[in-house]
Design a binder for this molecule. Structure first.
Ligand code: ADP
Ligand code: MG
Length: 308
């Protein structure tokens, strides 16, 4: 695409952004130049035919005291622009390792990872990352925690503040902007974490079991909140979870992984219409997707039942 602008923070690393993130008249570092008002940002349709993330032949071995441990083997996965992809698999199958490699925080042993056409060989600043545990600073308010993202990127200005407030509105925390983390519930804290991850309008949001520590009802609510945020800004999302229902509810595709070493066992497109409401979980189509994922885990021996 000739009109593509880049998010390169320096001359050497150039990352092509999806159309919805190519704001500003001069091009250049989208991460460093906030748009005027997030609420008024024109949302371009993503090019859903273009692979935005490309993971090819990726494996990962760690050296442990008892010798090498192969965490991942021959992982191939492409994620299109604007797509919501979930990875589901048992503990230890390498989900977090894959996320760390995608973020450029851990090197691959073999293979290549590309984001927006650029090979990942260093930490990728254009990502938004959310972990299972929120990492909020207890001495800063919710709003100040979100603005931390802007401070790190030296873009803490009126526009960033306005975007932070818009994000708080989107997740129902308008009244809690000035609350400290200890005054917030677990779900609210995680909402603040998500807002912080989105403040710089990342091209790719990566979430590693973000709702795993929450009670079931809060988890449902955060799933709904996340879908609303995705509809608002049409970003690409890689979401890691242990929950089959969660993966099916949120995703355009569910990637099922097997353990020891971690491999992609199945990729299941979820063709449920959007916007999705919680009630979709009661439909035959939804239950059939749940069933398909469950069957893969049964075949792998990850889920076992007594024979009748
Ligand atoms: P998951 O997130 O799916 O639970 P991880 O990616 O955390 O799995 O781990 C995958 C495998 O890699 C596990 O066997 C784990 O023990 C091993 N592993 C992860 N990180 C390291 C590390 N830094 N050093 C050695 N082994 C590791
Ligand atoms: Mg993990």
């Amino acid at each position: 695409m000739s009109s593509s602008k880049t998010a390169a923070a320096d001359g050497g690393s150039r990352l092509q952004l999806p159309p919805g993130l190519r704001d500003g008249p001069q091009g250049g570092a989208a991460v460093c130049r906030p748009v005027a008002v997030a609420a008024a940002r024109p949302v371009a349709e993503p090019d859903t035919n273009r692979d935005f993330v490309s993971i090819r032949g990726v494996s990962k071995s760690f050296l442990s005291r008892s010798g090498p441990v192969q965490a991942l083997s021959a992982v191939d996965l492409d994620i299109r622009e604007g797509e919501f992809v979930s990875i589901i698999g048992p503990s230890g199958c390498g989900k977090s390792t894959l996320m760390m490699m995608l973020s450029g925080l851990v090197p691959v042993t073999t293979g290549t990872i590309r984001i927006g056409g650029r090979s990942v060989d260093r930490p990728v600043p254009e990502l938004g990352i959310v972990f299972q545990q929120d990492v909020l600073l207890e001495w800063r308010t919710a709003l100040e925690n979100i603005l931390l993202q802007a401070e790190i990127r030296r873009q803490n200005n009126a526009a960033a503040r306005e975007r932070a407030r818009h994000l708080l509105d989107m997740v129902g925390l308008t009244r809690f902007a000035d609350a400290y983390p200890h005054e917030l519930s677990g779900g609210m804290r995680q909402r603040v974490s998500i807002c912080r991850a989105l403040l710089h309008e990342p091209a790719l949001l990566v979430m590693d079991e973000p709702f795993g520590a929450l009670d079931a009802l809060t988890r449902d609510q955060l799933q709904v909140d996340l879908l609303r945020l995705c509809a608002d800004r049409r970003m690409t999302v890689l979401f890691i979870t242990h929950s089959i229902t969660e993966a099916v509810f949120l995703s355009d595709r569910v990637v099922v992984m097997s353990p020891h070493p971690g491999r992609i066992e199945a990729v299941i497109p979820i063709e449920l219409p959007r916007p999705r409401r919680l009630a979709v979980r009661e439909t035959p189509a939804f239950l059939s997707y749940n069933h398909r994922v469950t069957e893969v885990f049964k075949t792998l021996g990850v889920l076992r039942e007594e024979e009748d």
